[in-house]
Design a protein around this ligand. Sequence first.
Ligand SMILES: Cc1cc2nc3c(=O)[nH]c(=O)nc-3n(C[C@H](O)[C@H](O)[C@H](O)COP(=O)(O)OP(=O)(O)OC[C@H]3O[C@@H](n4cnc5c(N)ncnc54)[C@H](O)[C@@H]3O)c2cc1C
Length: 590
Amino acid sequence: MEVFMKYYVDLQDIQFILEHEIHAKTLLDFSRYGDFSEEIFGMIIDQSLRFAENEIAPLNEVGDRNPCQFDGERVTAPEGFHAAYQKFAENGFLAMDVPTTYGGQGLPFTIATVANEFFIGASTAFEMYPGLTRGSAHLIETFGPQELAETFCAKMYGGQWAGTMCLTEPQAGSSLGDIKTEATPQADGTYKIKGSKIFISAGDHDLTENIIHLVLARIPGDPEGSTKGISLFAVPKIKVNSDGSLGESNDVKTVNIEHKMGIKASVTCSLNFGESDNCVGYLVGKRMKGMRQMFQMMNEARLMVGLQGSATAAAAYEHALRYAKERTQGGDTTIDQYPDVKRMLLTQKSYVEGLRALIYNTANYLDHATCEEDEDKKNYFQGLADLLTPVCKVAGSDFGFRVTEQALQTLGGYGYISEYPLEQYMRDIKISSIYEGTTGIQALDFIGRKLTLQDGAVIQNFNAMLMKLITANQDHSELAKEMSELQKSVESVGQVAMKFMEYSSTGKIEMAMLGATPFLYAFGLTAMAYYLLEQAVIAAKLLSEGHDDKKYLSGKIKTAQFFVHQILPEVRAKTWAILSEDRSALDIAI
Ligand SMILES: Cc1cc2nc3c(=O)[nH]c(=O)nc-3n(C[C@H](O)[C@H](O)[C@H](O)COP(=O)(O)OP(=O)(O)OC[C@H]3O[C@@H](n4cnc5c(N)ncnc54)[C@H](O)[C@@H]3O)c2cc1C
């Protein structure tokens, strides 16, 4: 029986999305991607998958069982991570979708997203290191100043130096306006950084010779108590001389590393900046715009965290499927023949394919937002990407967690023991609903900022997209019933959105806040059903045209039908519960 620690992925499903749903080759029409070709996209996807299977996947268990070590001074990453990190960077995987200026590959975000599904699915913990480095370097590259970008970015993208994001403090997690870290201006234009950050992923390690921390801090005198007065600073672990060489230590002290439930090979550090009053930082971008700038990285990171959920769920499902096809119970019958196991497997498959479609489509909207020249089109795609970012984050992490639980259940007792990878997947995935803004915080952002984007035009565009599919297929020979179910979900979600607007105008905002998370789940399920049905319509068409992969294509139709009839009804339950206007949770004294 196939056991540890192989990485499996349904490449056919990915190719189906790219070829038939997103039409990824149309990205080549944009001048930005004109130097690429379908063959190059294909080669990159292939190389990424091979790297994930051969170089990253073997590290997943090793890192879980032998996590990072801290001897009071130095953090040591697990065995094998050092060579893999360097090879990862040498292959250009660290900077796939960033401009070529400092060594990026300039690929579409959509293609990088596919590769990242492989890297994350092979080991979430490993991918944290390059993921944070890419994000922080890209932030410096985008907001400058240019000298900083010139000094730092090529080395970060090239794998010589790493990066982090340092937001959280002991008293400031969800509420970043409460941070206390200070940055005092110096005569030479630099800043002295002083403060403590906790829970910093990749905060210290020996994978690279230097680490560039992106630190949120406040310049004394700037407004306190909200995120408005916060600025962003690049703070190297080791000082950098004017010629780019490394100098002395920069007074960034690792105080502790956390012992965690999952992603154990991704080190989580408490860092003290400026204990000896000798920590130098450089302003990134503009003073007091730190939070806004950090949002660039956080939005990318939120999509990546959604992908962490979705990719881990997909890997867990593939293991469960293989196990179920081999495990016999009751004579020669393999357990995948039992109706309840079939139900579990199709639950996993439909969530996985729905999540993948949601996230890949969002990545594709982002590419269009970047490349379209027409302002209206740009705004249209940017709006959809903005609207769907918290949906990807929450659906990927929370529904992905459900998938890992069902995948573990599929293995019975073997799922629970560490000889099989399912329990690790389930532990590793949990963090995705917590960092980069918890589910609760995403839900508040969704109802407070995303529903009202472009004065409500974005949500209208999204609804119009769904209604277009529903209307065009209301008489579909195989999917008419499912289209009508999707329409009911769209209407239920719309009713709640109207109710929230009423709450907002009648001063009952706490009722909207109470319903925000179930509403976001309902919205996510509706969006996933839309993409699955869109795929089912495409599959039905391909079948009618005589496409020869009947098993896969009819599976697509069944998967969408299952999701609509077995999972989508949750939307009505959730919206019904919200519309009941039950206030018990607000009124009870606990
Ligand atoms: C493994 C790991 C890695 C991490 N990596 C990083 C990193 O690299 N960089 C970094 O800066 N941070 C990092 N973090 C920190 C992470 O982002 C925070 O833990 C997260 O933002 C939540 O903050 P908190 O833990 O203080 O929880 P709290 O903010 O105390 O939240 C606790 C609960 O209260 C809810 N809640 C809080 N405020 C509200 C509100 N206003 N409305 C509704 N509900 C609310 C939350 O949803 C949550 O359920 C990491 C954390 C972990 C565990």
